[in-house]
Ligand binder design. Structure first.
Ligand SMILES: Cc1ncc(COP(=O)(O)O)c(C=O)c1O
Length: 366
């Protein structure tokens, strides 16, 4: 007898599969998940060690301390901050809270894969707005809005392309959408950006009730394993989301380490500078290898490989994996000729480029 089926909207989905390699090798160079190249703030590690004997208690449902630290760090209104078990959880509960099966939600062509996944689970229709030159097109998003549209998911900058749309385009998008449509503005990589043309979305949240900004501790703050994200939105939206979110979804380790990490400005600055330096270096090296890439402002690069069978993206991914270097194949995003490569530490970056050179300059047996 087979097990009962899940609802139809779930049965037809594929589960999300990251590339973490088939074996757990300690010395793997993992450049496949856009994680922090410099590990974690030592302040966060210290606070975790100190708390390890107190694990029998439930965490607070809402951590005032962490929320206050986030509000202070980014000069935000603490009443508008919601914490989640990674921004992934917030993406899911936004979809669950706002989408009925007869609704539509828009996501961009090469947008983050969790968006269509979260939309489809609710039974609502995921509507694709085509990108132009691997960049979000505001006109194409606006062209997909109709009476059924409830949400627009926009990652800016976007994963996996690394590209972004400037402030005036974000404002044009927001001013052109009906007030009953919510713009979910995912700024997961905003900590890597110091550029006046960019906005992280918080000023829109401060002015308007139909915007949710999403942020994560998984990237610059180096806490991906603890699962900690946060959202910034009107108190009305926040109250709706809290009805859907699990009461204790953010665990105590995430709360304590997150609070320490957000207050560790030195680690954040060091991570920012590291990324700036090595992104510049990697772009230059990839150019010398005569490979094309998108102009990323994040901590990863979307690199295009020739379609020729000898040196295509799939073979490059295998070649690198055999040498212990994991990068992210992009077939699942509909980009079979691309690989997404995260910035690693100095040694990792140099080994990556050495092996890419080796791959491109020689013919290898498979
Ligand atoms: C655009 C974007 N949003 C959200 C996430 C998920 O972040 P978290 O680890 O907080 O769930 C990622 C992770 O790669 C991402 O690239």
């Amino acid at each position: 007898m087979s097990a009962p089926l899940a609802k139809a909207s779930v049965e037809k989905l594929k589960s999300y599969k990251p590339n973490f390699g088939k074996t757990i090798k300690k010395n793997l160079i993992r450049l496949s998940a856009n994680e922090s190249a410099l590990g974690t703030s030592l302040d966060a590690v210290k606070v975790l060690n100190e708390y390890a004997s107190n694990l029998n208690r439930y965490p607070p449902q809402v951590s005032e301390d962490l929320i206050n630290s986030i509000a202070n760090r980014y000069s935000l209104n603490k009443n508008k901050i919601i914490l989640g078990n990674g921004s992934d959880e917030l993406i899911s509960i936004i979809a669950q809270a706002f989408l009925e099966p007869e609704n539509e939600a828009i996501h961009t062509e090469y947008g983050f894969l969790q968006f269509p996944q979260a939309i489809s689970i609710t039974g609502a229709k995921a509507v694709v707005a085509k990108d132009i030159n691997f960049t979000v097109s505001v006109d194409n998003i606006l062209g997909r809005i109709n009476k059924k549209t409830k949400l627009i998911f926009l990652a800016n900058p976007n994963n996996p392309t690394g590209t972004y749309i400037p402030k005036d385009e974000v404002i044009r998008l927001h001013t052109s959408i009906p007030s009953n449509v919510i713009l979910v503005y995912d700024a997961a990589y905003s900590e890597y950006i110091k550029n006046d043309l960019y906005i992280d979305g918080s000023e829109l949240v401060d002015k308007f009730k139909n915007v949710i900004m999403l942020r994560t501790f998984s990237k610059l703050h180096g806490l991906a394993s603890l699962r900690l994200g946060w959202g910034y939105c009107s108190e009305d939206i926040l109250n709706s989301l809290m009805k859907v979110r699990g009461p204790f979804s953010v665990n105590i380790a995430a709360i304590l380490a997150g609070t320490a990490a957000i207050e560790d400005i030195k680690f954040q600055e060091k991570s920012f500078q590291h990324n700036k330096t090595w992104m510049k270096w990697l772009k230059n090296e990839i150019q010398l290898l005569k490979l094309d890439f998108q102009p990323s402002i994040t901590n990863f690069l979307l690199v295009q490989f020739p379609e020729t069978s000898d040196h295509n993206a799939e073979k490059a991914e295998t070649f690198l994996a055999e040498r212990g270097i994991l990068v992210r194949g992009m077939k699942v995003y509909g980009l079979p000729n691309h690989l997404r490569i995260s910035i690693g530490n100095e040694t990792e970056n140099k080994i990556l480029v050495r092996e890419l050179k080796n791959f491109l300059e020689n013919n290898h047996e498979y």
